[in-house]
Design a protein around this ligand. Sequence first.
Ligand code: AHM
Ligand code: MG
Length: 335
Amino acid sequence: MQQKKKTLGEFIIENQSEFKFSSGELSKLINAIRLAAKVVNHEVNKAGLIDILGAAGDTNIQGENQQKLDVLANERFIQTLKNREIVCGIASEEEDDFIAINSLDNQHQNKYVVLIDPLDGSSNIDVNVSVGTIFSIYRRVTPIGSPVTLEDFLQPGINQVAAGYIVYGTSTMLVYTTGHGVNGFTLNPAIGTFYLSNPDMQFPESGNIYSVNEGNYIHFPQGVKDYIKYCQMEEGDRPYTSRYIGSLVSDFHRNMIKGGIYMYPKSSVNSEGKLRLLYECNPMAFLAEQANGKASDGFGRIMEIQPTELHQRVPFFCGSRLMVEKAEEFMAAGQ
Ligand code: AHM
Ligand code: MG
């Protein structure tokens, strides 16, 4: 007889005891993200049907054109978290500054802050390619009872208490960790329920996929050029396969299942790379490490970097452990 699949709701309740001194706040928070994910999923799915595609006309802090769905996803996530009064602050890739959330009684009793990239890979929306939401949760460092400050958001990734992503793909999945492994849930759109489909996800120790925007090759540091050549060389299990969707969440998701490395190095045109430490790299690094993988800036552990600003960018190498270590060897040799 087929075993009944666990729902995300059931899983959250069952695993609440994992959080020491749990007040249920983190579980409520993940529940709120689950709800917002369903709303955004609905919007992303119907994007091709109605006229909500295309640039909204606004430009975000990184000087990039915002798509309408970015704006919408940003609003939905922020509104859902605000309405439930379960966090004390939110920082979003789409907002210039963090948002302090005051509870109705103004007592500032909530202890978590959320950092979010509401719709990553949004340049892919127009062409019907998967996009994703990335989130990262920290316990505030300033005292409960006072309003949040920038310090609460500028924490190294090792302080994360939870992180995850939603991939709006051929099916919609929510994948997250609270520091006890990585679990993936697939949405049944007919009834709006996420089911545990991928328990205890793990990166294979090594793999044969490399994911990088090779169009930027000429601008890459020598170490990256040499590593790419190594991936293409005929020897042992090489050449590797090149796969690059240009949607971090989807590239990461595939590599976690099949084994591979994702790279967004710095270059002569992007001196710090492109990806944001707080909204993209730290949450993916936490997931990678929890799934037996590795995340590096080419020289050291992503999650140990002390952030200095909200929208800070870093070079990013992430995926199967042995592949990331090999890339680091080439970086050390070639810079
Ligand atoms: P975004 O946050 O503006 O969507 O940019 C992040 C995305 C990643 O999902 C993706 O891996 C990368 O940018 C692709 O960049 P490029 O087109 O330069 O290869
Ligand atoms: Mg992004």
